[in-house]
Design a protein around this ligand. Structure first.
Ligand code: UDP
Length: 234
């Protein structure tokens, strides 16, 4: 196996699936099955899930809600998604723990790095909810930070697009996908991989990122086996 310990980042938006809002149960169960395929191989897996299907801090400003307040609302949204994902994973027999960046001891454990490491050693899938627990960050920054903390080999960013393109493929039909790209080329070309805070953290810590299409069955499994799909940023 190419990777032994990975951090999987899933966007909240991806959970909408065929619905207009919220969480599509089919999409959720599909993700759970894809995750099980890799944990069955003994891969150590941690997950960060976004909240964009429910709430985003930037939305708040438009509706007159204070930005910081909105960011906390967004963090709480990620906990809802994390709880849904935890339940889907447990339903198919995985051992999981949900750790939150904001203390809420009725529903999950607080994030304590040493404890997270122990869960991972025991083969539990650890889901990190509530982001970092601070406003002005995103779940991409959470993914980078937690990946470094747990000493992950790679951040796998599952999206609806199958990698990083020279231009937005939904707008420019001539856009082509990069198979590999360096951190500095991403900067120079102004490509959108993650927000800059998240991206810089990966670069400074030499943590590779793979952007790939999580909606294609077996893609996650193929990546673990070292197949070159998506775009590798290194
Ligand atoms: N958020 C935050 N701090 C964090 C993580 C998230 O303030 O550490 C807020 C922020 O407002 C963000 C929202 O939570 O917009 C939902 O997360 P994100 O937009 O990253 O979700 P995704 O786009 O992955 O669905």
């Amino acid at each position: 196996m190419k990777y032994q310990r990975v951090l999987l980042k899933l966007s909240g938006e991806a959970l909408i699936g065929k619905q207009a809002y919220g969480i599509d149960p089919d999409q959720l169960n599909q993700y759970a099955l894809e995750i099980k395929k890799v944990t069955d191989l003994g891969i150590t897996l941690a997950i960060v899930i976004g909240g964009g299907n429910i709430y985003r801090g930037v939305q708040a400003e438009q509706s007159g809600i204070d930005r910081v307040q909105g960011d906390y609302m967004g963090m709480l949204a990620t906990v809802i998604n994390a709880m849904a994902l935890q339940s889907a994973l447990e339903k198919i027999g995985l051992d999981t723990r949900l750790m939150s960046g904001i203390k809420m001891d009725k529903v999950c454990e607080p994030f304590i790095r040493r404890r997270a490491m122990r869960h991972l050693e025991k083969g539990r899938v650890v889901i990190f909810g509530a982001g970092i627990g601070n406003p002005y960050f995103t779940t991409d920054s959470t993914a980078s930070l937690r990946a470094i903390e747990i000493e992950a080999d790679v951040v796998l960013k599952g999206t609806r697009v199958d990698g990083v393109y020279t231009a937005d493929p939904e707008k420019d039909p001539a856009a082509t996908r990069y198979q590999y790209i360096t951190y500095s080329d991403v900067y120079q070309k102004g490509l959108n991989v993650m927000d800059m805070t998240a991206f810089t953290l990966c670069q400074e810590n030499n943590l590779p990122i793979i952007v790939f299409d999580m909606n294609k069955p077996d893609n996650l499994l193929k990546l673990i086996h070292g197949e070159e799909i998506g775009t590798l940023i290194h």
